[in-house]
Design a protein around this ligand. Structure first.
Ligand SMILES: *[C@@H]1O[C@H](CO)[C@@H](O)[C@H](O)[C@H]1NC(C)=O
Ligand SMILES: *[C@@H]1O[C@H](CO)[C@@H](O)[C@H](O)[C@H]1NC(C)=O
Ligand SMILES: *[C@@H]1O[C@H](CO)[C@@H](O)[C@H](O)[C@H]1NC(C)=O
Length: 341
């Protein structure tokens, strides 16, 4: 009897120590996945595996069940990074993984405005890539809402709606949104993810196709269609600018959480949420190229800029030849390049 209770106690302690370690040593899958996807700047595609990063058990299962998934994830990763770099090309932060080229200043170490943005961006990109994958048939396990059959009863893929709802559900599942925790940081990141996903939903447009004699539209098939991923970037960047900084409250301290603090903690559901101020990035903009003089004023932080000339070749004076061939000349042009001092 005595022996058995000591044994039980031992097990109890071992289990609780392990549990503690687990909580401390591992970040939620949500954070790890977003970081792994955004930080991997290689062009390598790992076919037929889920090895875009070290995946969780659940993620591996999802990849096994859906053979098209790894390629969709690679697409999601690449389009997120590309869109980010294009959109922030002339901003002080240009989607780099560290601030001011200091390896210790990883953007994933704390929750900065940029970190919040990347969570929404990556979630948005997964949602979009999965929805497109459903519509194109690359993913087989999603429904094809809005698909239709033509006169010879052949199911038409082209009429398949981009399956946004599936993409949304899938992205949350894959990021293990539900089990990402319920502390303040987890709540913020979960909200950032939601905002990203919803910015994809806002890009849905209804398109219709007419059937019947010579396009007389006696019957009409309509479905929801998503634009290219880029079309969501305007909205996402707006969210980046309107992100709200919140205070991290130490719940373990003795001080009771007052009503006032509670009110402050309450999330404003419309905005991205972050906790740490971005360091001053001016020291790293030397040598950056600005869009124009106006942009240089902010990008170069008042240090000024140098103007150089560059010759660029482009296609010009394009003409249609023999009905269907487009012929162009090559024009050479001198353009000014503004570079931060
Ligand atoms: C229906 O679609 C299939 C596949 O695209 C095509 O082969 C067939 O000719 C179509 N039938 C009609 C009546 O348009
Ligand atoms: C939270 O408060 C406790 C008790 O005051 C303290 O020991 C702990 O270091 C604090 N944690 C953080 C992250 O500030
Ligand atoms: C971003 O800016 C840094 C300098 O701050 C530069 O080294 C890097 O090449 C830039 N990245 C891109 C994608 O333009």
């Amino acid at each position: 009897m005595f022996k058995s209770s000591v044994f039980t106690l031992l097990i109890y302690f071992t289990v609780s120590i392990l549990a503690l370690k687990n909580v401390e040593g591992s970040r939620p899958v949500l954070e790890k996945t977003v970081e792994a996807l955004f930080a991997d700047r290689s062009e390598v595609i790992h076919p037929a595996t889920c090895k875009v990063f070290t995946s969780s058990t659940r993620q591996s299962k999802m990849c096994k069940r859906e053979p098209g998934l790894p390629n969709i994830l690679v697409k999601a990763k690449q389009q997120a990074i590309k869109a980010c770099e294009e959109t922030f090309q002339y901003d002080r932060w240009n989607c780099s993984l560290v601030f001011n080229k200091k390896p210790k200043r990883s953007i994933f170490k704390k929750i900065y405005r940029e970190t919040a943005f990347i969570h929404s961006l990556v979630a948005a990109s997964i949602t979009h890539a999965v929805a497109k994958g459903c519509a194109s048939g690359e993913l087989s396990r999603c429904s094809c809402i809005g698909s239709f059959r033509n006169a010879s009863n052949v199911q038409m893929r082209g009429g398949c709606g981009d399956d946004f709802k599936f993409g949304k559900r899938f992205a949350k599942n894959f990021l293990e949104w539900k089990t990402a925790g319920n502390d303040q940081i987890a709540d913020a990141l979960k909200q950032d993810v939601n905002i990203g996903i919803d910015s994809i939903g806002e890009q849905l447009k209804e398109v219709c196709k007419c059937h019947g004699f010579s396009g007389s539209c006696t019957t009409k098939t309509c479905w929801k269609r998503l634009g290219p991923f880029n079309s969501a970037m305007g909205l996402l960047k707006k969210h980046y600018h309107h992100a709200v900084k919140k205070k991290l409250v130490n719940f373990t301290s003795k001080r009771a959480v007052t009503v006032k603090v509670k009110r402050k903690l309450k999330m404003d559901l419309k905005n991205l949420v972050y906790f740490q101020k971005t360091p001053n990035l001016c020291v790293s903009t030397k040598g950056r190229v600005c869009k124009d003089k106006h942009n240089c004023a902010t990008l170069c932080c008042g240090r000024g800029f140098v103007v150089t000339q560059k010759t660029v070749a482009s296609r010009c004076r394009c003409k249609m030849v023999n009905c269907c061939v487009v012929k162009c000349d090559t024009c050479v042009e001198e353009v000014d390049v503004y570079t931060c001092k």
